[in-house]
Ligand binder design. Structure first.
Ligand code: FES
Length: 261
């Protein structure tokens, strides 16, 4: 799925997350050296890294929240994983915030601060592992393009009922898809050799976005585990999915394509 927070198709969140990760680890290392070497210079560096880590984490969270809201397919296994990723990162931010506060309390035991930072670093590694799974397995932020896919197309509508004008007839080439957001529904409109079709964007296996997959010869393949569906009937052509996907009526007229909801 193409990221909503991107620069020329490059998702911003994965670019930014390396900064808080590096700063958090640096904070733990320099605060530990401050104790081991008994040198305040290490402590001062740790202090700067600590503040930088918190600021960088907040900056990285903004495109992350945008992607969680608009890019990760709803009601999918990735949505749950992304929610856990966000909760763990928020917990890390709180832990480092508390540790920073504790540093300013006179005679506060430094070992407790180090302990908090260590827990924060372990948790941030776990959050990073979840984030990596979201990118490499769930393909969040990856703009998968196949031979006839053309440019990514997406359109939003306020309503989820009636007759929606979704594209001009010549807007889509054969085997090209367009993702339609009709209120909270996500529907794929696609052009096949036999004409236009529309089907649910949600794979019946674990909720992968079919608009992020590949469609060839009237068959769409889910990008997550490879299930294939007949785009005209919604029937399963290949598993692991077992349930068909809903399809919708599409009509053509006056050079335009209409989705009937
Ligand atoms: S989510 Fe598993 S095949 Fe689509």
């Amino acid at each position: 799925m193409r990221s909503k927070a991107h620069i020329k198709s490059h998702p911003i969140h994965p670019i930014l997350v390396c900064f808080p990760l590096a700063f958090y680890i640096g904070t733990l290392v320099f605060d530990s050296l401050r104790i081991i070497k008994d040198d305040v210079a290490f402590g001062l560096t740790g202090q700067y890294l600590h503040s930088a880590g918190i600021i960088a984490a907040v900056c990285a969270a903004i495109p992350g929240i945008i992607d969680y809201t608009y890019t990760v397919p709803p009601k999918s296994s990735a949505k749950q994983r992304a929610a856990t990723h966000g909760i763990v990162n928020t917990a890390v931010l709180l832990i480092f915030g508390i540790a920073l506060y504790c540093k300013h309390i006179d005679h506060f035991p430094p070992y407790i601060v180090i302990g908090l930072e260590f827990i924060g670093v372990v948790l941030t590694c776990y959050a990073g592992w979840l984030g990596g799974t979201l990118v490499h397995k769930n393909q969040i932020g990856i703009d998968v393009r196949y031979a006839s896919s053309g440019k990514w197309k997406e359109q939003y509508f306020e309503t989820a009922s009636g007759r929606l004008e979704v594209c001009a007839i010549d807007e889509l080439q054969v085997d090209q898809m367009k993702l339609i957001h009709a209120k909270d529904k996500r529907i794929v409109v696609a052009r096949t050799e036999q004409g236009f079709v529309a089907f649910d964007d949600r794979c019946s296996h674990k909720g992968g976005s079919l608009a992020g997959g590949a469609m060839i010869c009237g068959t769409v393949q889910c990008p997550w585990h490879g299930s294939q569906f007949d785009v005209a009937t919604g029937a399963v052509k290949a598993g692991p999915a077992t349930g068909k996907i809903p399809t919708y009526l599409v009509t053509e007229g006056e050079g335009k394509v209409f989705l009937m909801l």
